[in-house]
Ligand binder design. Structure first.
Ligand code: HEC
Length: 153
C-alpha cells in the first residue's frame, strides 16, 4: 500500500519535471531572435499572389493603426512608425528573415512584438511577403508561380 503511494508520488513528480521541461522548450522557441540569427532565416512561404493577399488581410487587421493603409505611415497617430514602402529608410534590416524578426519580436523602441497575436509563423511570413510587395518594383522579389494546394492557404 505505502509502496503504491510512494510510486504515485514519484510518478507525479516525474510528470511535473517533464511538464516544466516542455514549457521551457516552448519559451526557448519564443525567445527573441538576434539580428544574425534572423539573417540566416529562409522563408518557407514563396512570394506568390495568394500569400501577398493573405498578408494584406493580416496587415489590415493589425498594422494600419500605425503604418497606415498604404504602409507610408504619414499620420503619426500613435508612434513614429517606419514608412514600409521605402526600404532605404529601414533601420532593422530588409532581408526576409530580418523583416520576420521585426514583426515577430518587435523593432526599435515602439514597434510591438507580434508573436503572441500572430501565432502561426506562416502568417508572419505572409506579412513579410505583403510588405515587400509595397516596395518599389525593382526591389521586390520575383513573383513566383502558385503551386496548387500549397502556400498554407
Ligand atoms: C503601435 C504602433 C505599431 C503597430 C501596431 C505596428 N507597428 Fe511596425 N513599427 C512601428 C514603429 C514605431 C516602428 C519603428 C521602430 C524603430 O524605431 O525602428 C515600426 C517598425 C516596423 C518594421 C521595421 C522597419 C525598419 O525600420 O526596419 C516593420 C517591418 C514593421 N514595423 C512592420 C509592422 C507590421 C507587419 C505590423 C502589423 C503586424 C506592424 N508593424 C504594426 C509601430 C507599429
Amino acid at each position: 500500500m505505502t509502496r503504491q503511494i510512494v510510486r504515485s508520488i514519484v510518478l507525479c513528480l516525474l510528470a511535473c519535471v517533464i511538464g516544466a521541461q516542455l514549457s521551457r522548450g516552448q519559451e526557448a522557441q519564443d525567445k527573441p531572435l538576434t539580428r544574425d540569427e534572423a539573417k540566416l532565416l529562409k522563408s518557407p512561404v514563396p512570394y506568390t499572389k495568394s500569400s501577398i493577399a493573405r498578408g494584406r488581410v493580416l496587415y489590415t487587421n493589425d498594422c494600419t493603426g500605425c503604418h497606415g493603409h498604404d504602409g507610408k505611415a504619414q499620420v503619426d497617430v500613435i508612434a513614429d512608425a517606419t514608412d514600409l514602402t521605402d526600404p532605404k529608410l529601414w533601420k532593422s534590416g530588409v532581408t526576409e528573415g530580418e523583416i520576420f524578426r521585426s514583426i515577430r519580436d518587435g523593432a526599435g523602441i515602439s514597434m510591438p512584438p507580434y508573436k503572441n497575436q500572430i501565432r502561426k509563423s506562416e502568417d508572419l511570413w505572409h506579412l513579410v511577403n505583403f510588405i515587400r510587395s509595397l516596395w518599389p518594383e525593382a526591389q521586390r522579389p520575383k513573383l513566383q508561380e502558385e503551386k496548387q494546394g500549397k502556400d498554407g492557404l
